[in-house]
Design a protein around this ligand. Structure first.
Ligand SMILES: [Zn+2]
Length: 82
C-alpha cells in the first residue's frame, strides 16, 4: 500500500487485464449498486473495470483514484515513482 503524493490518502494498485496498474483509494472498497451508483467506474480487485449502469449487477470494488483525488492533475503530469 502506498500513499497518494497529492492528497495523502492510502492507495492500492490494481493491475488490469491490459497490464496497467491503476491507483485506487483503499477506503473506497465497497459494494457498488447499479442504480444508486449509475455512471460510476469501479475497479474490481481482479483488475476488471466496470461502469455501473441501471439494470446491471452490483460490483464489489474500488473507485479509481483519478476519479476521486482532489489533485488529479498531478497524475496527468508525471509518472508515479513508488
Ligand atoms: Zn490523491
Amino acid at each position: 500500500m502506498s500513499a497518494c503524493k497529492a492528497c495523502g490518502c492510502h492507495l492500492v494498485w490494481i493491475k488490469s487485464a491490459s497490464g496497467k496498474s491503476q491507483p485506487c483509494e483503499a477506503a473506497s472498497l465497497r459494494t457498488w449498486h447499479p442504480t444508486e451508483d449509475a455512471g460510476a467506474v469501479v475497479v474490481e480487485p481482479t483488475g476488471r473495470v466496470v461502469r455501473m449502469a441501471p439494470g446491471g449487477q452490483a460490483v464489489w470494488g474500488y473507485a479509481p483514484h483519478h476519479a476521486t483525488c482532489p489533485k488529479v492533475e498531478l497524475f496527468r503530469q508525471g509518472r508515479e515513482t513508488d
